[in-house]
Write a protein that binds this ligand. Structure first.
Ligand SMILES: C[C@@H](O)[C@H](N)C(=O)O
Ligand SMILES: C[C@@H](O)[C@H](N)C(=O)O
Lengths: 165, 165
């Protein structure tokens, strides 16, 4: 299966929330996201890496317009569960490389990350799936990130490839 | 857009690697995944949540059969870059809920996480995209996790839904 890029998508309307050191016990993630669903907050990326201790961090992205509402929900969560801290950051742009066949091409993610590193763009968050690799960068680096990735994958594009700036 | 579940996928042939406290500077992720691509390691999920300090953790999943090879690459990375520790864990099963329209249904992830919590199954890693939510659990809880999720989403399934056990 040849790797084919079908698009690069930029979203600068999001903010991210990180819950630090929440108890790594069954039911905690269910509790947090049920509280958010109750007030109809649309969550985009949810990212939790693995740890060794009894605590874990969970990051997620929301629409920037929902930040105030989410902060209220997080205050409630902090009162009801042990959480070290919650921090918010709206200085972000999500840039995603979309394409088929990524799974079987080990170098695609490496090339995308390297293309950002070459432009001195720091990757603040990463999430991947079979058809998409998403990186969070600073908001004012969104366009620069799209251009860097476009340059790297220009040879792999479909006929009518459109960089989504 | 109605939310429709098209499948639940279980993969018990993976292991995960977590690189703790790597420098959160441009180019680091590119370096790590280029080293892995060089020896043709197929990486599945890559997950990095956000932090506040100058260090960050990166977790990724590989095929269990590649663990020895990956450990060699990580030894090289530990020598060339500051990394606090790298740990490996092959006691994992990845269970994914696949379906269209997740993005605009805030409660889908909450319901999936809650269905695992109800069965006392701990979620060790999380990664989401528009069409898929993946959770890593212990290897011997893989089937139990699929059954719990199937029970929760039974009403949402397509006509010819097949739980992939
Ligand atoms: C941290 C959180 O994901 C917890 N491990 C849970 O299962 O809900
Ligand atoms: C930690 C790693 O992702 C780093 N921030 C980078 O940009 O490569």
């Amino acid at each position: 299966e040849r790797f084919v890029v079908s698009g690069i998508v930029l979203n600068k309307k999001e903010a991210r929330v990180t819950i630090k050191e929440v108890a790594d016990k069954p039911g905690i993630a269910g509790f947090i996201f049920t509280e958010l669903a109750r007030v109809n907050i649309n969550v985009d990326m949810i990212v939790q890496s693995s740890t060794k201790g009894g605590k874990n961090d969970i990051s997620f992205t929301i629409e920037e317009k929902d930040l105030k509402e989410v902060e209220k929900v997080m205050e409630k969560i902090k009162k009801e569960r042990e959480v070290k801290e919650v921090f918010y950051n709206s200085d972000m742009a999500k840039v995603s490389l979309v394409g088929a066949g990524m799974q079987s091409h080990p170098g695609v993610a490496a090339r995308m990350f390297t293309s950002l590193g070459r432009e001195k763009i720091n990757i603040d968050m990463i999430s991947t799936s079979e058809i998409k690799i998403s990186c969070v960068v600073k908001k004012n680096e969104g366009e620069k990130a799209v251009r860097a990735i476009y340059k790297e994958f220009e040879e792999d594009k479909e006929e009518n490839f459109e960089p989504g700036i």
